[in-house]
Design a protein around this ligand. Structure first.
Ligand SMILES: [Zn+2]
Length: 331
C-alpha cells in the first residue's frame, strides 16, 4: 500500500512540474522565433537615450535596452557593421569602408555573416537586407546565398521600400536594415547639435512605421526586433576614436522571451547581435565567434562569459581601449 501511495505522489509531483503554467513561464528562447529583424541606425551611438523617441519607447517598453553597449575599438562603420553581422572582431573580419566599397563578398570567406549560417540552416527561407549605405549590401552580406537586397536611396526611401516589402507578404527569417541619415547629420553638426537629435527623432518615426507594418502583417508574434547602432559621434562631429560618445552604442531588443526592463551586462557589445539572432532562430553558433548572449536579455538565459580564447588580441586591445575611454571621460 505504501508503495502505491509513493508512486501516486511521484506521478502527481511530475504532473505538477510539467503543468502548462510552469511550461509557459519557462519558454525557451532557443529557436522560439521565426523572424529576426535587425534595424541598424548608423552613427546614432547611445543618443536614443537623449532624444524624444516615442516609437522606440513604446516598442521597447517590455524589452531590454542598453545605451552603453560597446562598439568595435575602431569606431568606423564597416568595422562595426562587419562585426555586428559576423560576430567576430574587426581584427578578424578585416572589413573596412574602402574594402567593402571595392570588393563583393561571397560565403566561402573565413568569417561569414549570420546570413550565411541562416541560409545553411534554412535553405528555402526568405532573407533580406534593405540599406541606405550600399557597402553593406555588396561588401559585407554575401552575394551567393540568395539574399533579397534592396538599395532604394535615402532613409525615407528605405522605410517605404521596407513597408512595401512586408506588405507584399514577405516573411524573412533574417532581415537587416540600415539607416544612414543620423550619421550624415552627425558628421556635419556633431552629437550635441539640435539637428542631430531631430534626425534621431525622424528615424524614430521610420522605426515606428516599420514596426507597425510588421505587427499588421502578424510578423511580430514570433519575431525578434533589434535596434542597434554601429558607433556614435564626437561633439564636433566624426568618429573613429575612443571617446564614450563614439564607443557607447544603443542595443535594444524586443520579443516574446525578452526580459522586460532587462539591463544587459557591462560586457555587452554590438557584435553580440550575431549571437542573439542565431540563438533566437535556433541555430548553433559557430565555434569561432566571440559574440555571446548578454545577461538579463532573455528570460530563460542567464548569460554567458565572452569566449575570450577565441579572440585574445581583441580582448586585450578592447580592455586597453576601455581604459583610454574612461580617461577621455575624466579629462
Ligand atoms: Zn557608421
Amino acid at each position: 500500500m505504501k508503495k502505491i501511495i509513493c508512486v501516486l505522489l511521484s506521478v502527481l509531483l511530475a504532473a505538477l512540474c510539467v503543468s502548462p503554467a510552469f511550461a509557459a513561464e519557462a519558454e525557451e528562447t532557443f529557436g522560439a522565433y521565426d523572424h529576426v529583424f535587425i534595424i541598424g541606425v548608423d552613427g546614432a551611438g547611445r543618443f536614443f537615450k537623449d532624444a524624444d523617441t516615442p516609437n522606440f519607447d513604446r516598442i521597447f517598453e517590455n524589452g531590454a535596452v542598453d545605451y552603453t553597449a560597446r562598439a568595435e575599438t575602431v569606431t568606423v562603420s564597416a568595422q562595426n557593421w562587419g562585426s555586428i553581422l559576423t560576430g567576430v572582431s574587426y581584427m578578424r573580419h578585416k572589413l573596412t569602408n574602402d574594402i567593402t566599397g571595392e570588393k563583393e563578398r561571397a560565403s566561402d570567406t573565413e568569417f561569414p555573416t549570420i546570413f550565411t549560417y541562416v541560409r545553411q540552416a534554412f535553405p528555402d527561407a526568405e532573407l533580406a537586407s534593405i540599406v541606405n549605405w550600399g557597402n553593406i549590401s555588396s561588401g559585407i552580406i554575401e552575394n551567393d546565398i540568395n539574399v533579397t537586397k534592396l538599395y532604394p536611396g535615402d532613409d525615407e526611401a528605405v522605410t517605404n521600400a521596407t513597408c512595401d516589402y512586408f506588405n507584399a507578404g514577405n516573411a524573412p527569417a533574417l532581415f537587416f536594415l540600415q539607416f544612414d541619415s543620423v550619421d550624415h547629420v552627425g558628421h556635419g553638426d556633431g552629437s550635441k547639435a539640435e539637428s542631430f537629435f531631430k534626425q534621431i527623432e525622424t528615424v524614430d518615426g521610420y522605426i515606428g512605421r516599420i514596426y507597425d507594418t510588421l505587427e499588421a502583417n502578424g510578423l511580430m508574434e514570433n519575431g525578434l526586433f533589434i535596434v542597434v547602432a554601429d558607433h556614435g559621434h564626437t561633439i564636433a562631429g566624426g568618429h573613429g576614436g575612443l571617446t564614450m560618445r563614439e564607443t557607447n552604442v544603443t542595443l535594444a531588443v524586443a520579443g516574446k522571451t525578452v526580459k522586460a526592463g532587462g539591463k544587459m551586462d557591462l560586457d555587452t557589445r554590438n557584435r553580440d547581435v550575431a549571437a542573439i539572432a542565431l540563438y533566437a532562430l535556433g541555430i548553433e553558433r559557430p565555434e569561432h565567434m566571440s559574440a555571446r548572449l548578454p545577461a538579463n536579455l532573455f528570460k530563460d538565459v542567464i548569460g554567458e562569459l565572452r569566449p575570450v580564447k577565441n579572440e585574445l588580441l581583441d580582448n586585450l586591445v578592447s580592455k586597453l581601449a576601455w581604459l583610454i575611454t574612461l580617461c577621455t571621460a575624466l579629462f
